[in-house]
Design a protein around this ligand. Structure first.
Ligand SMILES: Nc1ncnc2c1ncn2[C@@H]1O[C@H](COP(=O)(O)OP(=O)(O)OP(=O)(O)O)[C@@H](O)[C@H]1O
Length: 330
């Protein structure tokens, strides 16, 4: 096998709730594998079954059909203790452990490895130190959890999962409730952990743009269909990324990596740098003015920023999009 080791694998898996005889099937024919050193993002619309799949992988609900193997062994044959040494989880629910310090929380990650008294060995302390260092939270290790921001708490939760020292990390929407910078930081952190610590990481996210920027692999989940799996770049280039956007009003722009609303605007002839034309098109789509139809040409230059308009033999110049907007609205 290649450098990458398969940690978890499933073939023809059906997932859902209830018993096999009276089952509410959520998804079927799911086949996938998770490999060391890879960051995988599971994407799909609300209610499609992402959390159900995560719960099945964690052994919290039994598959309706098929089985999942962890390191070659059926998941159902792996005991709770062994499983918690191999899989670390960060879920969306906020922890209510306000009096614990960050270091106490990270130390909880060692629970599956400690004796029944829960005493930490020197080796455990070193692993906790390392998890704190890798997640860049040394400066807050003595703070109590109730005093943390959402971003700091999320990093502490990731450190706890890292201290567990399993091969597989599973996270449900780790960037929910975070601001833009923290969303990037947390995803970059997870990418580094996957690559440098050789962990397999699976996370659920709705943050398509950040996922494109960081993931090695996407799993696209859609109602009643098998998972579509590939590198983000392949799925973008072959158009399968649009499976995430079943509405005709939305489409994925391959050039910019952004989701755009489709438009019925007939753009005039445009001249200028690619990025200027991109923002001009977005502007014209939003302004939705009938006056755009009588513009024959738009030229945009970036230094000094100017918009030149040719309209029925007349020429106009604007220094900002805002001035152009006023003109279109008059
Ligand atoms: N305990 C349960 N028993 C029966 N059905 C459930 C249970 N939990 C969830 N479901 C149903 O399973 C389907 C998939 O839900 P799930 O939470 O897995 O979706 P999701 O893709 O994670 O959604 P979201 O993006 O909104 O978190 C939904 O129709 C939901 O109502």
């Amino acid at each position: 096998m290649s450098r990458r080791d398969i940690i978890l694998q499933a073939e023809g898996l059906s997932i859902g709730y209830g018993s096999k005889s009276q089952a509410a099937m959520i998804a079927e024919e799911l086949s996938f594998k998770l490999e060391k050193g890879q960051l995988t993002c599971l994407l799909g619309p609300n209610g499609v079954g992402k959390s159900t799949l995560i719960k099945t992988i964690l052994g919290q609900i039994a598959p309706l059909k098929g089985s999942i193997k962890m390191n070659g062994k059926p998941l159902l044959n792996i005991g709770y203790k062994e499983l918690s040494k191999s899989i670390a989880v960060v879920l969306t629910e906020k922890v209510r452990l306000g009096n614990l310090t960050v270091r106490d929380l990270v130390a909880l990650g060692r629970t599956p490895h400690t004796n029944w008294l829960g005493s930490l060995s020197k080796q455990d302390q070193l692993i906790i130190d390392r998890a704190i260092r890798l997640t860049h939270i040394s400066y807050i290790q003595d703070k109590v959890l109730s005093e943390l921001s959402d971003g700091q708490l999320q990093k502490a939760m990731i450190a706890r999962a890292l201290a567990q020292d399993g091969d597989l990390l599973i996270l449900d929407e780790p960037t929910a409730h975070l601001d833009l910078i923290n969303r990037f930081e947390v995803m970059q952190l997870l990418r580094n952990i996957a690559h440098e610590e050789e962990k397999a990481i699976l996370l659920v996210t709705h943050d398509l743009d950040i996922a494109i920027d960081t993931a090695d692999e996407f799993w696209l989940m859609q109602c009643g269909l098998p998972l579509v799996i590939g590198t983000p770049e392949d799925l973008i280039v072959n158009g399968q990324i649009n499976l995430l956007l079943p509405s005709e009003r939305l489409s994925f722009d391959k050039m910019t990596g952004k989701v755009l609303t489709s438009s019925d605007v007939n753009y005039p002839l445009m001249e200028g740098g690619d990025y200027l034309i991109f923002w001009m098109k977005l502007f014209l789509r939003k302004i939705h003015s009938t006056k755009v139809n009588s513009i024959s040409k738009i030229s945009i230059i970036d230094d000094p920023f100017s918009i030149y308009i040719e309209k029925q033999e007349n020429h106009f110049r604007f220094e900002t999009f805002n001035d152009f907007k006023s003109f279109l609205k008059d």
